[in-house]
Every structure is written in structure tokens, then in C-alpha cells.
Design a protein around this ligand. Structure first.
Ligand code: GTP
Ligand code: SAM
Ligand code: SF4
Ligand code: SF4
Length: 321
């Protein structure tokens, strides 16, 4: 079992398989080209899998594949199958922008993946394009329909922003409700890689919009999920991810691995330790020691809860969110 110095059990590993992305979401990635991590620094799927085996053996029970955009990496289904075959009761999930999902959903399902979290920030083509800097909506919606068709359990993530997609909170909720998908509204997390003038919407404002049409009950947290859940009168559940609240981190159960092998104790802070050399040398003991050290150094909480002016230096496209 992996336990940090605040007594929190860490059993959730988020693995970013690439920092590259086919979108340039304004809250996540700068628009102008910048230099990517050189290919030789990226861990192969075999190398990532070596570390995943170590972490499962040490107590990880949930693995989420993320990015950048994970579907840009070739043979992702083979990687999923490697994990599934090693331990098929692992809670294995992926977060994706769904642009390439239509053509890959079936292969991923057949490889053992069952849960997908997909980002939809707008159902209006021009607003979706303004946010992602690309005409993305038709592909995203087609990807989601295909994922539901092949049997995936799909959740939707939306980052509501003032003056951008704020008028669509109810539209996105209803789109998801009609299809049996849970929607989670994520409070924008201020970071230096995003566009400077973004103003995220926070939980009280979102609840007031939803409350203008629906009555809901507070359901609290579901296990260690970062999302606070609410239930409408007809039983439909939606969530809000509230990193600006002081108690958000008390149940944190996760660490993050980047595509170049950096193990990150917290989404907010810069600290990280590399497992790349250990894995490349085949030194499993060393990789396990790094894992334990990263968990020992997990901070108590982020700094977004200290006010909207606190900005993280971390890039979401690198950590995988
Ligand atoms: N601040 C903070 N935000 C998080 C954390 N985990 C997830 N989030 C935010 O919530 C978003 C949604 O996360 P997902 O990738 O959908 O995964 P998840 O919420 O862990 O998924 P479930 O297993 O379905 O509950 C992330 O992209 C982040 O923006 C966390 O540990 N800290
Ligand atoms: C970094 S993306 C990676 C996976 C995939 N490309 C996608 O967009 O779903 C994971 C999640 O992080 C969220 N995200 C990115 N930047 C964020 C920010 N600054 N604040 C809040 N959420 C953010 C996205 O909305 C997405 O749901
Ligand atoms: S949020 Fe996801 S889709 Fe958007 S730029 Fe970041 S990594 Fe790409
Ligand atoms: S901000 Fe850091 S401590 Fe808080 S829940 Fe996220 S990873 Fe955990």
C-alpha cells in the first residue's frame, strides 16, 4: 500500500502518453508553435509498462491514460491490452478530446478499456473552434456517439469560462443527460501556459445557473473522485471539480507520470522525480524507491484555493490534467 505523509492512500496513477495535441485549448496550451520534448526522451510503451507493473505491485488500483491527446500515439490499443492482461481488475480509463475516437473506439474497447472521459466545452461549432483553435465539434460528437455505440461508459468534462461558453452550461448538461453521460464542470485552474484573459466560472455560479432550471441535491464526493456530485430530481447526477475550495485536496489519491518519465506528486507544483533512467536500466527496485519518495513528498494541497491570482507553472498538456 502507498501512503503519503498526510495519511492519504495513493492508488491512482495518471499516465500521460504524449504531451502533443491536435487542439490548442486556450486554457491549456499556447497557440504558437513551441518545442516538444525530443522523441528520444519519450518512454516507449514497453518502458511505461515496466513502471506500471511496479506501481500496480506496490498498490496502484486505478490507471488513467491521458495526454496531450492520447489518441495521437500509435498502437495505444496494444498498450491498453498490456495493462489489461497484467491485471484485468485494474480500473482502467482514458481522458481524450475525442477528435480521433470514431475510428479507434472499437479497438480500444476490444483491448479492455471500458471508461472514457471526453472534453466538450461547447456545442456551438464556432465557440468550440474559438476555444480549441480548430473546427473540432463534428469529429468530437461523432467520436462520442461511436464510443457509446460500442459500449463505453462516457463522462464529459467542460471548462466553463466567462464570455466564452458560459451560456452553454445547461445545454451541455442536457446533451449529456439525454445520453446517460455524467457531466463534470471543471473550474478553470489558472496556469502560465493558458491565455492570459481567461476567467473561469466557479461552483456557486454554476449551481445558480443549474438551479434556475432544476432542483438538485448535494450528494457530496464519490469516493476519491475530484468531483463534487449533485443529483437532479429525476436522478441524473452531475459533478463540479472545485480546486479553488480549501478541502479539495484532503482526499487526494493520485500521482502523475509524464511521457518522458517524470513522476509528479501534485498537479499544481513543479516538483517531479524521473523514473526514466531506472526503467531504461531495468532497475525495478530503483523505480519503486522513486515511486515511494514521490508519494512521501506529496504536498498537502494546491495553491489555487488561496485565490484566483495563484497560477501554476505546470502545463496541463504535459501532466495530463
Ligand atoms: N486540481 C486537481 N484537479 C484534478 C485532479 N484530478 C483531476 N483533476 C481535474 O479534473 C479533470 C478531470 O479529470 P479526468 O481526467 O476526467 O479524471 P477523473 O476526474 O480522475 O476521473 P474519474 O475517475 O472518472 O473520476 C482533470 O483534467 C483536472 O482538470 C487533481 O488531483 N487535482
Ligand atoms: C490536459 S487534458 C488531456 C486529455 C485530452 N486531451 C482532453 O482534453 O480530454 C485533460 C483535462 O484537463 C482539462 N484541463 C486542461 N487545462 C485545464 C485548466 N487550465 N483548468 C481546468 N481544466 C483543464 C481539460 O479540460 C481536460 O478535461
Ligand atoms: S485540454 Fe486536452 S485537447 Fe485541449 S489542448 Fe489540452 S491536451 Fe489538448
Ligand atoms: S491539487 Fe495536488 S494535492 Fe490537490 S487533489 Fe490535485 S494533485 Fe492532489
Amino acid at each position: 500500500m502507498l501512503i503519503d505523509s498526510y495519511g492519504r492512500t495513493v492508488d491512482y496513477l495518471r499516465v500521460s502518453v504524449t504531451e502533443r495535441c491536435n487542439f490548442r485549448c486556450q486554457y491549456c496550451m499556447p497557440e504558437k508553435p513551441f518545442s516538444w520534448v525530443p522523441k528520444e526522451n519519450l518512454l516507449s510503451f514497453e518502458e511505461l509498462f515496466e513502471f506500471i507493473k511496479v506501481s500496480i505491485d506496490e498498490g496502484i488500483k486505478k490507471i488513467r491514460i491521458t495526454g496531450g491527446e492520447p489518441l495521437l500515439r500509435e498502437d495505444l490499443d496494444t498498450f491498453i491490452k498490456m495493462i489489461y492482461d497484467y491485471k484485468n481488475d485494474i480500473d482502467l480509463a482514458m481522458t481524450t478530446n475525442a477528435f480521433l475516437l470514431k475510428g479507434s473506439a472499437k479497438k480500444l474497447y476490444d483491448a479492455g478499456l471500458r471508461r472514457l472521459n471526453v472534453s466538450i466545452d461547447s456545442l456551438k461549432p464556432e465557440i468550440a473552434e474559438a476555444i480549441a483553435k480548430k473546427d473540432v465539434l463534428p469529429n468530437v460528437l461523432a467520436g462520442i456517439e461511436e464510443a457509446l455505440r460500442v459500449g463505453f461508459k462516457v463522462k464529459v468534462n467542460m471548462v466553463p469560462m466567462k464570455g466564452m461558453n458560459e451560456g452553454e452550461v445547461l445545454d451541455v448538461l442536457e446533451y449529456c443527460k439525454d445520453r446517460g453521460m455524467v457531466v463534470r464542470f471543471i473550474e478553470y485552474m489558472e496556469n502560465v501556459h493558458a491565455e492570459v484573459d481567461i476567467k473561469g466560472m466557479q461552483s456557486p455560479e454554476l449551481l445558480s445557473i443549474i438551479g434556475s432550471r432544476y432542483r438538485y441535491e448535494d450528494e457530496g464526493f464519490d469516493g476519491h473522485s475530484p468531483s463534487h456530485y449533485y443529483k437532479l430530481e429525476d436522478g441524473y447526477e452531475f459533478g463540479i471539480i472545485e480546486p479553488h475550495k480549501d478541502d479539495f485536496c484532503t482526499k487526494c489519491n493520485r500521482i502523475r507520470l509524464t511521457a518522458e518519465g517524470n513522476l509528479i506528486p501534485c498537479l499544481y507544483f513543479d516538483e517531479a522525480m524521473s523514473i526514466r533512467d531506472a526503467v531504461r536500466r531495468g532497475d525495478i527496485k530503483e523505480a519503486a524507491l522513486v515511486l515511494k519518495e514521490v508519494i512521501r513528498t506529496k504536498p498537502e494541497k494546491n495553491r489555487w484555493s488561496e485565490g484566483d491570482t495563484e497560477q501554476s507553472n505546470r502545463a496541463f498538456y504535459e501532466t495530463g490534467g
